[in-house]
Design a protein around this ligand. Structure first.
Ligand code: SAM
Ligand code: DTB
Ligand code: SF4
Length: 332
Protein backbone atom coordinates (compact mmCIF):
# COMPACT_ATOMS: atom_id res chain seq x y z
CA UNK A 1 0.00 0.00 0.00
CA UNK A 2 1.46 3.35 -1.02
CA UNK A 3 1.88 5.88 1.82
CA UNK A 4 -1.54 5.78 3.56
CA UNK A 5 -2.60 8.64 5.82
CA UNK A 6 -2.90 8.17 9.57
CA UNK A 7 -6.69 8.20 9.14
CA UNK A 8 -6.51 5.38 6.61
CA UNK A 9 -4.28 3.35 8.93
CA UNK A 10 -6.64 3.99 11.85
CA UNK A 11 -9.58 2.81 9.73
CA UNK A 12 -7.81 -0.52 9.12
CA UNK A 13 -6.68 -0.84 12.76
CA UNK A 14 -10.05 0.01 14.32
CA UNK A 15 -12.34 -2.13 12.15
CA UNK A 16 -14.17 -5.05 13.82
CA UNK A 17 -11.60 -7.54 15.09
CA UNK A 18 -12.83 -10.49 13.01
CA UNK A 19 -12.82 -8.46 9.80
CA UNK A 20 -9.33 -7.19 10.55
CA UNK A 21 -7.86 -10.61 11.28
CA UNK A 22 -9.53 -12.15 8.24
CA UNK A 23 -8.16 -9.42 5.97
CA UNK A 24 -4.68 -9.70 7.48
CA UNK A 25 -4.63 -13.49 7.23
CA UNK A 26 -5.71 -13.22 3.59
CA UNK A 27 -2.88 -10.78 2.81
CA UNK A 28 -0.49 -13.01 4.74
CA UNK A 29 -1.43 -16.13 2.74
CA UNK A 30 -1.04 -14.28 -0.55
CA UNK A 31 2.52 -13.28 0.33
CA UNK A 32 3.95 -15.96 2.65
CA UNK A 33 3.68 -19.59 3.58
CA UNK A 34 1.18 -19.35 6.48
CA UNK A 35 2.63 -22.47 8.09
CA UNK A 36 6.20 -21.22 8.16
CA UNK A 37 7.94 -19.07 10.76
CA UNK A 38 11.42 -17.58 10.77
CA UNK A 39 13.56 -18.05 13.91
CA UNK A 40 16.11 -15.50 15.15
CA UNK A 41 18.20 -15.77 18.30
CA UNK A 42 19.68 -12.87 20.25
CA UNK A 43 22.96 -12.44 22.06
CA UNK A 44 24.02 -9.42 24.05
CA UNK A 45 27.60 -8.86 22.90
CA UNK A 46 28.13 -5.80 25.14
CA UNK A 47 25.92 -5.46 28.17
CA UNK A 48 24.86 -2.53 30.33
CA UNK A 49 26.46 0.83 31.22
CA UNK A 50 24.59 2.47 28.33
CA UNK A 51 24.58 6.29 28.40
CA UNK A 52 21.04 6.51 26.93
CA UNK A 53 17.96 7.04 29.11
CA UNK A 54 15.42 4.65 27.51
CA UNK A 55 12.93 4.32 30.37
CA UNK A 56 12.12 0.68 29.60
CA UNK A 57 15.66 -0.66 29.42
CA UNK A 58 17.63 -2.68 31.96
CA UNK A 59 20.90 -1.57 30.34
CA UNK A 60 20.83 2.17 30.90
CA UNK A 61 23.55 3.29 33.34
CA UNK A 62 20.96 5.63 34.88
CA UNK A 63 18.72 2.96 36.40
CA UNK A 64 19.48 0.60 39.19
CA UNK A 65 18.43 -2.74 37.71
CA UNK A 66 21.14 -4.93 39.26
CA UNK A 67 22.44 -5.85 35.81
CA UNK A 68 26.02 -7.06 35.52
CA UNK A 69 28.03 -4.96 33.06
CA UNK A 70 29.99 -6.88 30.39
CA UNK A 71 32.54 -5.56 27.90
CA UNK A 72 32.47 -6.53 24.22
CA UNK A 73 32.54 -10.33 23.99
CA UNK A 74 35.35 -12.09 22.19
CA UNK A 75 34.64 -13.73 18.85
CA UNK A 76 34.93 -17.29 20.22
CA UNK A 77 32.17 -16.66 22.76
CA UNK A 78 29.96 -15.32 19.97
CA UNK A 79 30.64 -18.36 17.78
CA UNK A 80 29.79 -20.73 20.65
CA UNK A 81 26.52 -18.95 21.25
CA UNK A 82 25.65 -18.88 17.54
CA UNK A 83 26.34 -22.62 17.33
CA UNK A 84 23.93 -23.26 20.18
CA UNK A 85 21.32 -21.11 18.42
CA UNK A 86 21.78 -23.01 15.16
CA UNK A 87 21.55 -26.29 17.06
CA UNK A 88 18.25 -25.09 18.55
CA UNK A 89 16.89 -24.50 15.01
CA UNK A 90 17.49 -20.79 14.60
CA UNK A 91 18.59 -19.44 11.22
CA UNK A 92 19.44 -15.84 12.10
CA UNK A 93 21.78 -14.64 14.83
CA UNK A 94 21.23 -11.13 16.21
CA UNK A 95 24.00 -9.44 18.15
CA UNK A 96 23.07 -6.50 20.37
CA UNK A 97 25.29 -3.95 22.09
CA UNK A 98 24.37 -1.34 24.69
CA UNK A 99 26.06 1.57 22.96
CA UNK A 100 24.90 5.04 22.06
CA UNK A 101 26.84 4.75 18.83
CA UNK A 102 29.24 2.21 17.40
CA UNK A 103 32.81 2.96 18.53
CA UNK A 104 35.10 2.79 15.50
CA UNK A 105 37.69 0.85 17.45
CA UNK A 106 35.18 -2.02 17.86
CA UNK A 107 34.67 -2.32 14.09
CA UNK A 108 37.34 -4.97 13.37
CA UNK A 109 35.94 -7.27 16.07
CA UNK A 110 32.35 -6.72 14.91
CA UNK A 111 33.37 -7.56 11.35
CA UNK A 112 35.00 -10.79 12.51
CA UNK A 113 31.78 -11.72 14.32
CA UNK A 114 29.77 -11.13 11.14
CA UNK A 115 32.22 -13.15 9.07
CA UNK A 116 32.27 -16.12 11.45
CA UNK A 117 28.51 -16.31 11.97
CA UNK A 118 27.86 -16.11 8.23
CA UNK A 119 30.44 -18.81 7.63
CA UNK A 120 28.27 -21.06 9.83
CA UNK A 121 25.42 -20.62 7.33
CA UNK A 122 23.38 -18.29 9.52
CA UNK A 123 22.00 -14.88 8.64
CA UNK A 124 23.45 -12.03 10.69
CA UNK A 125 21.80 -9.09 12.39
CA UNK A 126 23.29 -6.41 14.62
CA UNK A 127 21.77 -3.73 16.82
CA UNK A 128 24.45 -1.39 18.09
CA UNK A 129 22.77 2.01 18.42
CA UNK A 130 23.41 4.91 16.06
CA UNK A 131 25.48 4.22 12.94
CA UNK A 132 26.68 6.83 10.47
CA UNK A 133 26.72 6.22 6.70
CA UNK A 134 30.40 5.18 6.62
CA UNK A 135 29.97 2.68 9.45
CA UNK A 136 26.88 1.24 7.80
CA UNK A 137 28.84 0.74 4.57
CA UNK A 138 31.62 -0.97 6.50
CA UNK A 139 29.13 -3.36 8.13
CA UNK A 140 27.53 -4.01 4.72
CA UNK A 141 30.90 -4.81 3.21
CA UNK A 142 31.57 -7.23 6.06
CA UNK A 143 28.39 -9.06 4.97
CA UNK A 144 25.87 -7.93 7.60
CA UNK A 145 22.41 -9.04 6.49
CA UNK A 146 20.17 -6.98 8.82
CA UNK A 147 20.56 -3.97 11.12
CA UNK A 148 17.99 -3.49 13.89
CA UNK A 149 17.16 -0.01 15.12
CA UNK A 150 13.66 0.52 16.49
CA UNK A 151 11.58 3.67 16.31
CA UNK A 152 9.85 2.26 19.41
CA UNK A 153 6.68 4.45 19.22
CA UNK A 154 5.19 7.49 17.48
CA UNK A 155 7.23 10.69 17.20
CA UNK A 156 4.67 12.36 19.52
CA UNK A 157 5.05 9.85 22.35
CA UNK A 158 8.77 9.24 21.88
CA UNK A 159 9.89 12.16 24.07
CA UNK A 160 7.98 10.67 27.03
CA UNK A 161 10.09 7.52 26.74
CA UNK A 162 13.60 8.61 25.68
CA UNK A 163 15.23 12.03 25.79
CA UNK A 164 18.90 11.38 24.97
CA UNK A 165 18.50 10.27 21.34
CA UNK A 166 16.14 12.15 19.05
CA UNK A 167 13.58 10.54 16.76
CA UNK A 168 15.31 12.21 13.81
CA UNK A 169 18.60 10.60 14.83
CA UNK A 170 16.87 7.22 14.66
CA UNK A 171 15.47 8.00 11.22
CA UNK A 172 18.96 9.04 10.10
CA UNK A 173 20.43 5.72 11.27
CA UNK A 174 17.73 3.84 9.37
CA UNK A 175 18.55 5.85 6.26
CA UNK A 176 22.27 5.07 6.64
CA UNK A 177 21.44 1.37 6.90
CA UNK A 178 19.10 1.49 3.89
CA UNK A 179 21.60 3.41 1.75
CA UNK A 180 24.33 0.90 2.58
CA UNK A 181 22.12 -1.91 1.22
CA UNK A 182 21.67 -3.70 4.54
CA UNK A 183 18.17 -5.05 5.24
CA UNK A 184 16.36 -2.76 7.67
CA UNK A 185 14.86 -4.19 10.87
CA UNK A 186 12.77 -1.62 12.72
CA UNK A 187 9.66 -1.77 14.85
CA UNK A 188 8.51 -0.82 18.29
CA UNK A 189 7.25 -1.62 21.74
CA UNK A 190 3.64 -1.81 22.88
CA UNK A 191 2.99 -1.00 26.54
CA UNK A 192 4.94 2.25 26.87
CA UNK A 193 1.85 4.05 28.13
CA UNK A 194 0.98 5.04 24.56
CA UNK A 195 -2.45 5.74 23.06
CA UNK A 196 -3.87 3.84 20.12
CA UNK A 197 -3.02 6.91 18.00
CA UNK A 198 0.67 6.42 18.86
CA UNK A 199 0.59 2.87 17.54
CA UNK A 200 -0.98 4.25 14.34
CA UNK A 201 1.75 6.94 14.30
CA UNK A 202 4.47 4.31 14.54
CA UNK A 203 3.02 2.32 11.64
CA UNK A 204 2.63 5.51 9.62
CA UNK A 205 6.29 6.34 10.23
CA UNK A 206 7.45 2.87 9.17
CA UNK A 207 5.41 3.29 5.98
CA UNK A 208 7.06 6.66 5.36
CA UNK A 209 10.62 5.39 5.36
CA UNK A 210 12.27 5.23 1.93
CA UNK A 211 10.78 1.75 1.81
CA UNK A 212 9.16 -0.29 4.62
CA UNK A 213 11.54 -2.34 6.79
CA UNK A 214 12.20 -5.89 5.64
CA UNK A 215 11.79 -6.92 9.27
CA UNK A 216 9.49 -5.46 11.93
CA UNK A 217 9.95 -6.52 15.56
CA UNK A 218 6.85 -6.09 17.71
CA UNK A 219 7.85 -6.01 21.37
CA UNK A 220 5.52 -6.03 24.32
CA UNK A 221 7.09 -4.19 27.25
CA UNK A 222 8.99 -6.43 29.63
CA UNK A 223 8.62 -4.48 32.86
CA UNK A 224 12.05 -4.57 34.51
CA UNK A 225 12.32 -3.58 38.16
CA UNK A 226 14.37 -0.42 38.59
CA UNK A 227 13.41 1.09 35.21
CA UNK A 228 11.19 4.19 35.34
CA UNK A 229 8.47 2.57 33.22
CA UNK A 230 8.19 -0.51 35.43
CA UNK A 231 8.37 1.56 38.60
CA UNK A 232 5.59 3.82 37.30
CA UNK A 233 3.40 0.74 36.81
CA UNK A 234 2.15 1.03 33.20
CA UNK A 235 -0.81 -1.12 32.10
CA UNK A 236 0.22 -4.47 30.58
CA UNK A 237 -0.55 -4.80 26.86
CA UNK A 238 -3.95 -6.27 26.00
CA UNK A 239 -3.28 -9.38 23.91
CA UNK A 240 -6.04 -8.55 21.44
CA UNK A 241 -4.51 -5.08 20.93
CA UNK A 242 -1.24 -6.83 20.10
CA UNK A 243 -3.07 -8.90 17.46
CA UNK A 244 -4.68 -5.74 16.08
CA UNK A 245 -1.29 -4.08 15.73
CA UNK A 246 0.26 -7.09 14.00
CA UNK A 247 -2.71 -7.50 11.66
CA UNK A 248 -2.56 -3.83 10.67
CA UNK A 249 1.19 -4.06 10.06
CA UNK A 250 0.64 -7.15 7.89
CA UNK A 251 -1.98 -5.41 5.74
CA UNK A 252 0.21 -2.31 5.35
CA UNK A 253 3.50 -4.13 4.76
CA UNK A 254 2.61 -7.43 3.06
CA UNK A 255 6.16 -8.47 2.18
CA UNK A 256 7.90 -7.82 5.51
CA UNK A 257 8.78 -10.24 8.26
CA UNK A 258 6.81 -9.34 11.39
CA UNK A 259 8.53 -10.65 14.49
CA UNK A 260 6.99 -11.62 17.84
CA UNK A 261 9.74 -10.19 20.04
CA UNK A 262 9.98 -9.26 23.73
CA UNK A 263 7.05 -10.36 25.87
CA UNK A 264 6.48 -13.90 24.58
CA UNK A 265 7.38 -15.38 27.97
CA UNK A 266 4.07 -13.99 29.25
CA UNK A 267 2.00 -14.93 26.20
CA UNK A 268 -0.13 -18.08 26.01
CA UNK A 269 0.20 -20.46 23.07
CA UNK A 270 -3.30 -19.40 22.05
CA UNK A 271 -2.40 -15.72 21.86
CA UNK A 272 0.76 -16.50 19.90
CA UNK A 273 -1.28 -18.62 17.49
CA UNK A 274 -3.63 -15.68 16.95
CA UNK A 275 -0.64 -13.39 16.29
CA UNK A 276 0.74 -15.88 13.76
CA UNK A 277 -2.66 -16.11 12.09
CA UNK A 278 -2.84 -12.31 11.89
CA UNK A 279 0.46 -12.15 10.01
CA UNK A 280 3.40 -12.54 12.39
CA UNK A 281 5.92 -14.85 10.70
CA UNK A 282 9.04 -14.62 12.81
CA UNK A 283 10.02 -14.93 16.47
CA UNK A 284 12.97 -14.54 18.78
CA UNK A 285 13.89 -17.97 20.11
CA UNK A 286 16.25 -19.24 22.79
CA UNK A 287 15.90 -18.88 26.52
CA UNK A 288 17.30 -15.36 26.72
CA UNK A 289 16.52 -12.16 24.79
CA UNK A 290 19.26 -9.63 25.63
CA UNK A 291 18.97 -9.50 29.41
CA UNK A 292 15.56 -11.06 30.08
CA UNK A 293 13.96 -14.48 29.74
CA UNK A 294 12.35 -15.92 26.63
CA UNK A 295 10.71 -19.33 26.03
CA UNK A 296 13.22 -22.20 25.63
CA UNK A 297 13.67 -23.83 22.19
CA UNK A 298 11.80 -26.92 23.39
CA UNK A 299 8.70 -24.92 24.30
CA UNK A 300 8.69 -23.22 20.89
CA UNK A 301 9.22 -26.50 19.07
CA UNK A 302 6.22 -27.87 20.95
CA UNK A 303 4.21 -24.79 19.95
CA UNK A 304 5.06 -25.21 16.26
CA UNK A 305 4.22 -28.91 16.48
CA UNK A 306 0.81 -28.13 17.99
CA UNK A 307 0.19 -25.72 15.12
CA UNK A 308 1.63 -27.96 12.37
CA UNK A 309 4.09 -25.20 11.48
CA UNK A 310 7.73 -25.39 10.39
CA UNK A 311 10.81 -23.18 10.66
CA UNK A 312 11.99 -21.27 7.58
CA UNK A 313 15.23 -22.66 6.20
CA UNK A 314 18.10 -20.60 4.83
CA UNK A 315 20.49 -21.92 2.19
CA UNK A 316 23.48 -23.67 3.79
CA UNK A 317 26.89 -22.03 3.48
CA UNK A 318 27.35 -18.27 3.33
CA UNK A 319 23.89 -16.78 2.94
CA UNK A 320 22.98 -14.12 0.42
CA UNK A 321 21.87 -10.72 1.63
CA UNK A 322 18.63 -9.01 0.65
CA UNK A 323 20.71 -6.79 -1.61
CA UNK A 324 23.51 -8.60 -3.47
CA UNK A 325 26.93 -7.24 -2.47
CA UNK A 326 27.72 -6.26 -6.05
CA UNK A 327 24.67 -3.99 -6.33
CA UNK A 328 25.22 -2.24 -3.01
CA UNK A 329 26.04 1.44 -3.33
CA UNK A 330 29.34 0.86 -1.50
CA UNK A 331 30.41 -1.67 -4.14
CA UNK A 332 30.09 0.82 -6.99
N1 SAM B 1 21.24 -0.17 22.17
C1 SAM B 1 20.70 -0.49 20.92
C2 SAM B 1 19.47 0.33 20.60
O1 SAM B 1 18.85 0.88 21.49
O2 SAM B 1 19.14 0.40 19.42
C3 SAM B 1 20.38 -1.95 20.74
C4 SAM B 1 19.77 -2.75 21.85
S1 SAM B 1 18.16 -2.24 22.39
C5 SAM B 1 18.02 -3.19 23.85
C6 SAM B 1 17.05 -2.94 21.18
C7 SAM B 1 15.57 -2.75 21.35
O3 SAM B 1 15.06 -3.64 22.31
C8 SAM B 1 15.08 -1.39 21.83
O4 SAM B 1 15.06 -0.45 20.80
C9 SAM B 1 13.68 -1.72 22.30
O5 SAM B 1 12.77 -1.57 21.25
C10 SAM B 1 13.78 -3.18 22.73
N2 SAM B 1 13.71 -3.31 24.19
C11 SAM B 1 14.67 -3.01 25.08
N3 SAM B 1 14.25 -3.23 26.34
C12 SAM B 1 12.97 -3.68 26.25
C13 SAM B 1 11.99 -4.07 27.21
N4 SAM B 1 12.22 -4.00 28.50
N5 SAM B 1 10.79 -4.49 26.77
C14 SAM B 1 10.54 -4.53 25.44
N6 SAM B 1 11.43 -4.18 24.49
C15 SAM B 1 12.62 -3.74 24.88
C1 DTB C 1 13.96 -5.96 19.30
O1 DTB C 1 13.10 -5.25 18.75
N1 DTB C 1 13.76 -6.64 20.41
C2 DTB C 1 14.96 -7.33 20.80
C3 DTB C 1 15.95 -7.00 19.64
N2 DTB C 1 15.17 -6.10 18.82
C4 DTB C 1 17.27 -6.45 19.93
C5 DTB C 1 15.42 -6.96 22.17
C6 DTB C 1 14.38 -7.17 23.23
C7 DTB C 1 14.98 -6.83 24.55
C8 DTB C 1 14.07 -7.16 25.68
C9 DTB C 1 14.64 -6.81 27.01
C10 DTB C 1 15.93 -7.48 27.33
O2 DTB C 1 16.07 -8.73 27.19
O3 DTB C 1 16.82 -6.79 27.82
FE1 SF4 D 1 20.93 1.74 25.62
FE2 SF4 D 1 19.60 0.49 23.68
FE3 SF4 D 1 18.91 0.16 26.26
FE4 SF4 D 1 18.42 2.47 25.09
S1 SF4 D 1 17.53 0.48 24.53
S2 SF4 D 1 19.34 2.19 27.13
S3 SF4 D 1 20.18 2.66 23.72
S4 SF4 D 1 20.82 -0.48 25.30
Amino acid sequence: MARPTREEIAAIHDQPFMDLVFEAATVHRANHDPNQVQWSTLLSIKTGACPEDCTYCSQSARWNTGLEVEQLLNVDAVIASAEAAREGGSTRFCMGAAWRRVPNKAMPQLKRMIHEVRAMGMETCMTLGTVDPAQARELADAGLDYYNHNLDTSEEHYGNVITTRSYQERLDTLQSVRSAGINVCSGGILGLGEESSDRIGLLWQLMNLEQPPESIPVNSLVAIEGTPLADKGVEPVDGLDMVRFIATARILMPGSYIRLSAGREEMTDELQALCLMAGANSMFTGEQLLTTKNPAFERDKALLKRLGMHIEKVAPGPVSCGVPAESRPSAK
